[in-house]
Design a protein around this ligand. Sequence first.
Ligand code: GLA
Length: 410
Amino acid sequence: MRVFASLSVALLAFSCLSSTPDSSAQTATKAKAAPALVAQTPPMGWNSWNYFADKVDDKGIRAAADQMVATGMKDAGYNYVNIDDTWEGERDASGVLHTNAKFPDMKALADYVHSKGLKIGIYSGPGTKTCGGYAGSLGHELQDAQMYAAWGIDYLKYDLCSFIPDVMQKQAPNDHAAQMHLMIDAYEKMHQALKSTGRPIVYSFCSYGWDAVWEWGPKNGANLWRTTGDITADWDRMYAILGQQSGLEAYAGPGHWNDPDMLEVGNGKLSLAENRVHFSMWAMLAAPLLAGNDLPNMKPEVKAILTNREVIAIDQDRLGKQATHVYSDGEVEVWARPLAGGAMAVAVVNVGSDRYSTHPFHLNLAKLGLQGPQKGKDLWTGKAVDVTPGMAIELPSHDILLVRIDAPKK
Ligand code: GLA
């Protein structure tokens, strides 16, 4: 189901180096040193696509970097400023890809972002074209990786898109298994190219969950991999994606994360409660937290959600254990994840549009493996909460109770 749904989405869209023990350490060149480990906790930052799409430009990226600092997002842990599709220009006779007029000097832009104490990400894909119809990296993987490294790029999102018709369908018509091998080889090719630069670059696979990417992605260098087709800024899509994450928890961990797509907090039709659910659940999932809103015009209530440090701490917990969907009772879902030091986070979500607080939900603590009353903290009110067996929880439609229990009694 997931594969077919994603295939149509994609087709629509298309219309460490290891250091050698060396006695002469002083002579080791910088390029040969082992790159620092990346993505030991889920990457946090901002990406241009969800709000700006093809309107992104140099000025917009600088403004986003400025705002990440000014709004306190940087202090809250967001550090990547990622340029998505539509920066690419044409290749010259030597195959060097130039930027288009929206990005006059990528090196200068990267320097600017770095000067703010932030990191910078970029986007490409293994096909001839990106999803937006701009130049992809097919046949130029090493050249592109070296250029990214020379610019000072810290993160690459690599989007399958035209590789499907360009290579998979052309080289292996009607042979889906062979097509999947071609896809995996293409991701590995860029992995090797990035690795050969010696620069620590977060490698993000955008292949819509195809062929259970969570099983093969980590072996092929993925620090994160999209598990589904694209998110949109509405409850139905966000909730559909949430449902598809259940069962993938075994695959997430330090250095390699399931990516249910970038955040739509502050975008589109999401109500404030829905934004809270979206942000809380992405944190429960140990998902990358890549904001995708209009930072210069961010409303205070949206900023308050994106910078809730206690919710971010759930996402960034060093154990890196993605939440499990423990049980549902009608239209209320209960998710939980273990946290470092024996702590636990519990999320209770009213996913129904017609279940009201006149009919409260009663929490079954035994199903969470907990015995007797528990001392918790409500991470949205900031208040202490006694979590008791069978307690009645009144939640408006599409709202959430997110509780941290520091010393769970089991
Ligand atoms: C695909 C990706 C999106 C975005 C666009 C850009 O649809 O899934 O996240 O990168 O391409 O064209």
